[in-house]
Structures are given as C-alpha cells and as structure tokens.
Ligand binder design. Sequence first.
Ligand code: GLC
Ligand code: GLC
Length: 827
Amino acid sequence: MRYGHFDDVRREYVITRPDTPLPWINYLGSEDYFGIISNTAGGYSFYRDARLRRLTRYRYNNAPLDLGGRYVYLRDDASGDYWSPSWQPTQRDLDDYTCRHGLGYSIISSRYQGIRAETLYFVPAGETLEVWRVRVTNERAVPATLSLFSSVEFCLWDAQDDATNFQRNYSVGEVEVEDGVIYHKTEYRERRNHFAFFACSEPLAGFDTQRDAFLGPYRSWDRPIGVERGFASNSIAHGWQPSGSHHVRLELRPGETREIVFLLGYAENPADAKFDPPGSQTIDKRRVRPTIARYLQPDVVADAFEALQSRWTDLLGICRAETGNEHVDRMVNIWNPYQCMVTFNMSRSASLFESGIGRGMGFRDTSQDLLGFVHLVPARARERLLDVASTQLPTGGAYHQYQPLTKRGNNDVGSGFNDDPAWLVVSVAAYLKETGDSSILDEALPFDNQPGTERPLYEHLQRSIQYTLDRLGPHGLPLIGRADWNDCLNLNCFSETPGESFQTTENRSGGVAESVFIAALFVLAAGELAAIAGLRGDAAEAARSLAAASEMRRAVDQHGWDGAWFRRAYDFFGRPVGSAENDEGQIFIEPQGMCVLAGIGIDDGRARTALDSVRERLATPHGIVLLQPAFTRYHLHLGEISTYPGGYKENAGVFCHTNPWVMIGETRVRNGDAALDYYLRINPSAREDLSETHRGEPYVYAQMIAGADAATPGEAKNTWLTGTAAWNFVAISQWILGIRPEHDGLRIDPCVPVAWGDFTATRRFRGATYRIAVRKRPGTSGCVTRLRVDGRTIEGNLVPLPSSTEAVIEVEAFVDAPVEDVVEATP
Ligand code: GLC
Ligand code: GLC
C-alpha cells in the first residue's frame, strides 16, 4: 500500500494522507541555515550546528513521535471552529490533504470547510532564514471571516542544555517585540551575539511570546487557548518557554486568495555593536531589518523560490540517465543526488533518528559521503577534504569524529578505528578523478590541527597507508583496533559493565584481533595511492604501494578465505570470525563485498564463489543481510554486534550501506542481472508499494531494513543520514550504468541486465557535457569494446579527457564483446 506518489516532473514526492506510518521528512536549507520538516509540518531549525545553535525546540522520543514544529492554525471566526492545515497538531478531518516534499522545500496543502490553505516552506539561497508562504483561499460561496495564528517554540540555543538545565533555563528566556516582529534573545545580554526573529507580512491583531499564555495551562498544541477563544494575549516571555505566535485576521470574499508570509531567521551582530542605543539591552536591529523587509515581499519570495528550483535543475543536470526503468531513473536523476547533498550537509547530525546533539562528523562517514557528492559541488568537497585531513593524527590514524563548528577532532570518542585513515585515500582519489585538480595534493595541512605540523595532503595519504602497515597482526592482516567499518564488531572490548561504550572501551589490549575487511579496503586504497603517485611521477611510492597491496592480497588469500567465502576477522584469541567453524555469524557481507570490489579473487574464481554464497545465505527479498546466522545471545568477545536482537542493525539486519559493495562486486564479475536485482531490492522507489511494511520514506534510502530474523522483516529505520546514499549512487551510476570518472578520462563500462536494450545518459565531466548512447541488443550480454566519440571510432571503453571546455561531446558505446573475453581485462 502507498501513502502518496512520485511526481517526477515536479521532482516531488506527494504524500496524500497525513497519517504516514512514520513522519516522512524533508530538509530545508543547504548552506548555513537548516531545518527538518515532516509531512505534518513538524521539525525544527538550526544555524550550522543542530546542537549549539538550535532555533526552535523539538522533543525527540515524543508521543506522538512528531510533535512540535512550524504550525499554523486557522479559525473560522463565525463558528469558532479551528484547525491546522497541516493536520497536526489538531488532527481535524481535512477534506483533502497533500504534502509535496521537493528539493529543499515542502508544500503542505489542505481544505477544510471550504477553506483551502497551502503553505510553502523553504530557505532562500544565501540567507539564514526560512520562509513560510501561506496562501488561504475562500472556496465557499459566502464571505469568510478567519483568524490565522502562526506558532514556534524557541529553543534556548544549546539543545542539550535546553532539555536538561531547567533550574537555570526557566529564568533566562527573553524576547522583544517590535513592529510585529518577535525577537528571541535569550542569553543575548551576555555572551551571545546572535538572536532569532519571527516576522509576519500582515498587520497583527495580536501576538504571544510566552508559550503557556498561548497554549493555556495544562494544554498542548492541539488546542491552544489563544486559538480556541480567537485572540492572542500579547504576552511577553520572561523566562519559562519563549515562543512566537502572530495573530492575523482575514476577511475573504468568495474565491479570494490571500498570501501571508512568515519569516523565521537567525541573525548576528558584531560583538561590540549588539545594542541600540549602545548601553541599552535592546537588540540593534539595523542590520536585520532590511532583510526582513525584503523577504516579506511576495515577489521576492517567488524569485527566491524559483532560484532554488533552478539551482537544482542545474545540479541534477550533471549526471542523468534515461534507462526506461522508472526506479533507476527517478533515483539517479532526482532523489539519490538529493540525499547525497543532505548527507554531505548533515553528516549524521539531525534527522528523526539522529538527535542533532550527539555525533560530530565521522572521519569515515564524511569520506564516504563525498563519493556521492563530489560531482555535485566539487569546491565544497575539496574544502571538506581539507577539513577532514587536518584532523588526521601524526601516526596517520584519525579521530573517529570531529566537531563541525570547531573542526577539531573529538577527544571523547578518540581514535583507533583502524579503517578510518584508508577512507581518506579513497575519497581524495574520487575527488581527483572527478576534477583532475591535482593541486589539492600539495595543500599543506596540519596533523591534529596543530600549527607547525603542516605537510602536503599527499603525505597525509601516504601516512594513511602506512598506518595500516604499522599495525599488522599475526596473520599479516590489519589489526582491527576498536572496530572497523562495522562499529559494532568490537573484538577488544569485552564489556561487562552496563552503559559502557562498546567503541571507546578496550578492556583487553588488542595486538591480535585482525580484520579481513580492512585488508580488502587497504588493497583498494593502496591501489588508489599507487595511481596517484604515478600521476605525480613518484615511481618509488607507486611501486611501494603496489607491493604493499600485493602483499596484503597474499595475506587475504592465505588467511582470509574460508572455503566458500571470505572470513570476516580473527578475534582476540586468534580464532576466525565469519567462518563455517562458528556456530553463529558464519558469513558476513562486508568482506565479500569489499574483497571483490577491490579486485580480490576475480582471477581465481573465489570472487564468484563468495558472491554465490552471498546469494545463497544472505540475500532476502528486502536486501542482503549483514550476517548469518544471527547472534542469538551476547558474545563478550564480539561486542555490540551481538547486543541487537537478531535481524536488527548490525546483527543480521539489511545494513543497506553494504549492499552496493556486493552490487559493484557483481559487476566486477560481469553479472549485471544480479547487480540490478540487488539494487532494486533496497531502492526506496521500488519499495514504494510496500510502504506499510517498509514504513520509512519511499524517496530516500534507509540505513537499515530489518532482516529475515527480525520480528518485522522489511521495516526500514534510520532513513536519510546514511552512507547508503553515496554508495548506491556510485554502484548504479559508475558500475551498473558504468559511467565512471577516471584520472585519464570517462570510462563507459555498463554492466546491465541481459534483457536491457539501449539506454542514454548525460554526464558533465571536466567542463564538457558528454551525451552518451549505449547501444546494446536486448538478450545479449557483453562489454563495451568500441566507442564512437563525435563520430570518430576509438578502441576500448575510455573516452579521453576533453580538449576544450564547455564542449558537448557525443558518445556512442557499443556493447558487443562476449563477457568471457573481457572479465580479465577490467581494471
Ligand atoms: C553507522 C556509522 C558508520 C558505520 C556503520 C556500521 O552507519 O555511521 O560509521 O560504518 O554504522 O557500523
Ligand atoms: C553505528 C551503528 C550503531 C552503533 C553505533 C555506535 O552507528 O550503526 O549500531 O550503535 O555505531 O557508535
């Protein structure tokens, strides 16, 4: 069953009933000012940091799950009846309802008792404010007398403190109201130089800034006393819960539409010019007034909204495909890049599953997010890479996380996740392939942000590789440390204390536990470094990296193979993990995917065998689960992975991030049918009909879909902020459709289902636009061995770099060689 439908032309998902299985959210903002917004207008906003600069209050864990947001109320002043056009929080039976989630905006529209209301929410580019444009139409045959109320509840900036420190916070809240604009200025009298504003385009009948004056004692947002009785109380908050509400009266003729604009925003003043007049405690509003005045004008709002749309048209034009498969096209052309942008912006901070308080930017997460983002805005990717690399430790190791506001490594979480450094090499390689901008390698960057330690990024990469080589275990495989990609495989933790962190606790010092996954990742990363070294003419480094990669392959061959699949690890006692010898957790997905992706086992048939084992033992209709059999009890020597009930999260859930590694693996052994089959199992659009089971948004990937062992197989959790977004984009665009940026050109190497025929794609790359037509006869398989580029025939499948920029280059790629001839030859 569905709760809406895709509108591909408008690039929207249209939700047609408000009671979706879970709140289905969207993101507002793309630079400094952000918000999350649900299909019933729930959510909150923040400036840059969801913990330290949160504008509006939000209670996670609430009942209902999503309460508190950007609510407007309408009241029929003739009857006293009132409702929320977004359904929440009053939950009246609306005559109709739609929520259109688009790229950076949402439009919630409904009709009740002959009154239509449509609210557009978005953040104009370059501004630190959000617009709510409300259009109210009287569809009755008689005039209507209405009241419109807006509402927000302010957060006292630090979301953690706001939710805990009541003894202080109930006394610090302050506001000002001037010319109908509500200013929230808690702590402005002392160290803050920022404040929030909430403005309205209409003359006000009244306002409220003290939450409980608006709601009434012992009432909630579903029946505010101010709305119920039809007038505000002009309250001024002194402590307690500063909030904002405007009351506007509307007289509408039959058929008449009125447009009312609300602005919620963030502003800063210079530290020495906070007050007007100086010496007073009144906010100096001279800088912010012009911005407010500007965006209260409907035509300015309309232009800004159009600019947002064209920005996305441009971004989405960078990589497009027309394959005839609607789920592929819709995700490649619209939703997957959008999710990649959101994960790049948010990392793992704010969603309905990430509180905005807890986590900084992950070293590995950020590096992987870049893989799906780098083509969109390479300049921002470059900046991010420099930030990440500057937190790297002198050993080549990495803080597991850094804080976005300070850009410093996070000491609480620390380091010792031994896969972290290798991801930096992989993401820098992706940046270089996309842009050709080798100047980044010469950027002098510090270690641990310590001035005076600056070395070229190139050396950071070398140290990343060396970090693994300095930490090899008894089988010549990399030591796992606290955990590798799988945060929950904690082989040195041995925790018996409730509440102790599995990731930061090492009760046994580990010089034995090894990771086959890191070995495979190392082979990939060392290969990338060798190629980069080659480009720089550093033959010695190229040779050293290649030799290290071969040595690591040998270790995997000797100690990483279990007979029918790759082993996962060796534990603290040197016993295999992910082996037929184990009772539970015999086979794990990660080493199968990453080994084959890195090219291990392709020449000796092990890759094929490992992938067959995946199909037999791990593949389910809802995606490929992480391991089998699921752990049925806590294993002290394995850690957090065995804490989850079977079928959830790392304990045999479909951890979607890993699935594209297997898809890519299948393309590396030239099985396009299997690759696309796996792709479609977790593709959210392809799961739309299962919405009742899936429960998450059908337009974005989830981190996890419950596995076969779960009580609720197929149920998605942790939608939005997941490395799944980037990796699926890489899998479908670069490996299945096969349009792959490389250092010396654009590779056209599709590996699609046998039944597919021709398809076309467009890719902007290194300043040129490539219009690509892949010629393939349905019912055949094979590889591209011949191209026609602007009419000229080229042997092979690499389109050379463009000679001039801005050119449009026509490429025809012919799929005609039988698969057997080319398997060996693929890079
Ligand atoms: C989460 C983490 C990521 C980790 C994965 C597997 O997605 O953000 O860093 O690799 O879980 O444990
Ligand atoms: C990853 C895992 C999660 C675990 C967390 C610990 O995000 O997905 O299960 O709790 O790491 O940091």
